[in-house]
Structures are given as structure tokens and as C-alpha cells.
Design a protein around this ligand. Structure first.
Ligand code: G6P
Length: 377
């Protein structure tokens, strides 16, 4: 087992460090760096059907549900197709109304999660075609799907998902670009721009791993005794806040909540005092006005937290010195187009959860009461 961990103390840490490769391998052979074209020959759905589609239903569980929530932003922005994201465990209990022009998309690391299988069956029963994003070749969900984008993250052993998540975000981005090209909602120049930026992500992930680990380890010293944690984000960064909270809950047993930054004033502000750590995702793409606008709104939400003595840890892009003046701690990550930032943002959140769990003496790879693959409903 020690050999399988390749010198790392835990599988989770090894898998966090494998993310540059997982993202690279999930992109490999699917994008042209010359033309920006996306190739997904595994899709058994015609361009006509993609053009005629009226909506997408994503169903997934746990961490995979979080990647689905982020995927909604990618698909709606690039392919201009409305996306619903359902908990797979809820989907069949509300008599959903998909039809033949709706596409179902199941996201699953294992491809064997019972609730996700049941959601897929319900979609198929109601007339939808289904696609899958899955990390296990030949798994049950892929066999019932009309095409699977395999995330090439490699086997994931740690119960808390890390590299499978960033590989899912990558696959969703590639799928959103593919859909946009099939539907004609993106120019070749935009495609090339996005594909070029995507190809820079593995090196940026390596940079994040190099630069933030020691800082997260240090932060864990100050925050490992907290009773609760809040994670905030806006837009596509909100699902990453949810994922940061889930990582902490799963492996350190600290109660944590992810919340949309703008919803704080409708309740959670009442929780803030000097004992509450608040992790705020406050990144921006300076070239994208809508991203800058969201960032500015998030800054004012952060000021509301600091005004109530909450202890803020901000995730921001390199070169952002405005935010460092406002908050107690800032973790910097490289800049990227907004739709790709989540892949970078989640890494410090994974490392923070990891170091806190280690300090608390928790079983990082095998948290109590949890299973890697949940094959009961
Ligand atoms: C379990 C795992 C999670 C995972 C979820 C969904 O709860 O512990 O890490 O996100 O199942 O699994 P799937 O294999 O469908 O992605």
C-alpha cells in the first residue's frame, strides 16, 4: 500500500497532486490547438439532434453534482442551452417532464451510483437520450448512455473525490465547447481562444500545487479547531464553495456550509462572529466585464463579513492586492478565463480540508460512515 501511495502520506494527497495529469489526459486527443475544434467521436448523437435540443438535464450525486452545477454555467454561456441540475437521488421523485428534445447528462466518477442509475432510467423511460461523464470505462451508466466522455483521472482511491472532480470540470468544459460548435453558438476565434486557455490549465495547476500547499498547511494550524466554516462564492464559483464545504465535512468532520455570497444577508450573516472562518472565492478574469462585476459584488459581501469580525480567507487571482488589504488571509491562484477558474480554485480548498483533517487526526482516506461508491438507494 505504501508503494501505491507513491511516497505520499495519503491517497488523497497523491490524488490532489495528480490533477495536472488528470486534466491533461482528459483533454488529450479531444481538442485541436491549431483550429480550436473539439472531437468527441464517442457521441452517438447527431449534429441535427444537438441543434434541435431544447434543454439539458444533469443528474448526479455528491461531488459529481457540484461539477454539474458548474457545468450549467459553461453550457449555458457557450452553447446557449438551458440546463437543469438535479440531485440524482431526487430526480425520479418529482415526476419530471423531459421529452425527446431534452438531453440527459449523468455525471459520475464510478458509473455505479444507484441513484444516478435510477435517474438515468427515468430519463430514458420518459424519452430522453442520455450521455455520461464517467471515470470508469464500461461502468453500468456508460452502457446505457448514447455516448460517454471518459474522464481520464485514473483510479481514485480516497473516498473524498479530488482528481475525478477536476477531470469532470474539464470534461464539462470540453463538452460545452463541443455543443457550442455543433449548435453554431461560438466563433472559431472564440473556440481557439478557449482551447488555448484550456491547454494552459495543467501547468497552472502545477503552479497552484507548488505555491499554496505550505500556506494551506499553515492556515490549518489556526483554523483546525473551528466548530463551523462558511464557504462563499457567486456564479460559477458558488458550486466550488459547495465543494470546499463538502471536502471539509467529509474528512475533518467540521460542520461547513457553502452559500451564494449574495444570500448572506438573508440569514447566514446572523452566524458571523470572531470565531467563524469564512472562505470566500473572490477570483476574477480582468478581461471579462461580467466576471469583474461579480467580483466587485463579492468584495462588498466580504466587507459585510469583516465588519462583523468574521475571519476571512479569500481565494483571489495573482496580482490582486486590493483584496489582501481587506481580509486576514489571501490565497493566490493564477488568472484564467472565468469558466476555467473553478479547476484552479478548488485545489486550495482540497488542501485546506486535507491539512485540517490531518491535524485533527482523522482518517483522511476512509472517513467514517462514508463509502467510495454508493450502490444502495
Ligand atoms: C460517494 C462518494 C463521493 C461521490 C458520490 C457520487 O458519496 O463518497 O465522493 O461524489 O458518491 O459518486 P459518483 O461515483 O457517482 O461520482
Amino acid at each position: 500500500i505504501q508503494a501505491e501511495k507513491a511516497g505520499y502520506k495519503h491517497f488523497m494527497l497523491k490524488e490532489i497532486n495528480e490533477q495536472p495529469r488528470a486534466v491533461r489526459d482528459t483533454t488529450l486527443g479531444r481538442v485541436s490547438l491549431e483550429t480550436g475544434e473539439i472531437f468527441l467521436p464517442e457521441m452517438q448523437i447527431s449534429q441535427q439532434e444537438f441543434k434541435a435540443a431544447t434543454g439539458i438535464t444533469i443528474a448526479a450525486c455528491g461531488t459529481s453534482w457540484h461539477s454539474g452545477l458548474a457545468g450549467k454555467f459553461m453550457i449555458e454561456r457557450l452553447a446557449r442551452l438551458p440546463v437543469d441540475v438535479d440531485y440524482a437521488s431526487e430526480y425520479r421523485y418529482r415526476d419530471p417532464i423531459p421529452d425527446a428534445t431534452n438531453l440527459g447528462l449523468l455525471i459520475t466518477q464510478s458509473g455505479e451510483t444507484a441513484d444516478t442509475i435510477a435517474a438515468q432510467q427515468e430519463l430514458i423511460r420518459k424519452g430522453s437520450k442520455t450521455l455520461a461523464i464517467c471515470n470508469v470505462v464500461g461502468a453500468a451508466i456508460t452502457r446505457a448512455a448514447q455516448g460517454t466522455i471518459t474522464t481520464n483521472a485514473g483510479p481514485e482511491i480516497g473516498v473524498a473525490s479530488t482528481k475525478a472532480f477536476t477531470a469532470q470540470l474539464t470534461a464539462l468544459f470540453v463538452f460545452a465547447l463541443y455543443l457550442a460548435q455543433q449548435r453554431g453558438t461560438i466563433t472559431p476565434e472564440e473556440s481557439l481562444h478557449y482551447v488555448t486557455e484550456l491547454s494552459k490549465i495543467p501547468a497552472k495547476l502545477e503552479e497552484v500545487l507548488r505555491t499554496v500547499d505550505a500556506q494551506c498547511c499553515e492556515l490549518a494550524k489556526s483554523f483546525s479547531t473551528a466548530r463551523d466554516f462558511l464557504f462563499l462564492g457567486r456564479g460559477i464559483h458558488y458550486p466550488i464553495a459547495l465543494e470546499g464545504a463538502l471536502k471539509l465535512k467529509e474528512i475533518s468532520y467540521i460542520h461547513a456550509e457553502g452559500y451564494p455570497a449574495g444570500e448572506m444577508k438573508h440569514g447566514p450573516n446572523a452566524l458571523i462572529d470572531e470565531t467563524l472562518p469564512v472562505v470566500c472565492i473572490a477570483t476574477k478574469d480582468p478581461a471579462d466585464p461580467s466576471s469583474v462585476l461579480k467580483y466587485e459584488k463579492t468584495l462588498s459581501n466580504i466587507q459585510e463579513v469583516t465588519a462583523r469580525s468574521g475571519r476571512v480567507i479569500a481565494i483571489a487571482v495573482e496580482g490582486d492586492h486590493e483584496i489582501t488589504q481587506l481580509v486576514e488571509h489571501t490565497i493566490h491562484i493564477p488568472a484564467a478565463p472565468e469558466l476555467l477558474l473553478p479547476i484552479l480554485e478548488v485545489v486550495p480548498l482540497q488542501l485546506l480540508a486535507y491539512h485540517i483533517a490531518v491535524r485533527r487526526g482523522c482518517d483522511v482516506d476512509q472517513p467514517r460512515n462514508l463509502a467510495k461508491s454508493v450502490t444502495v438507494e
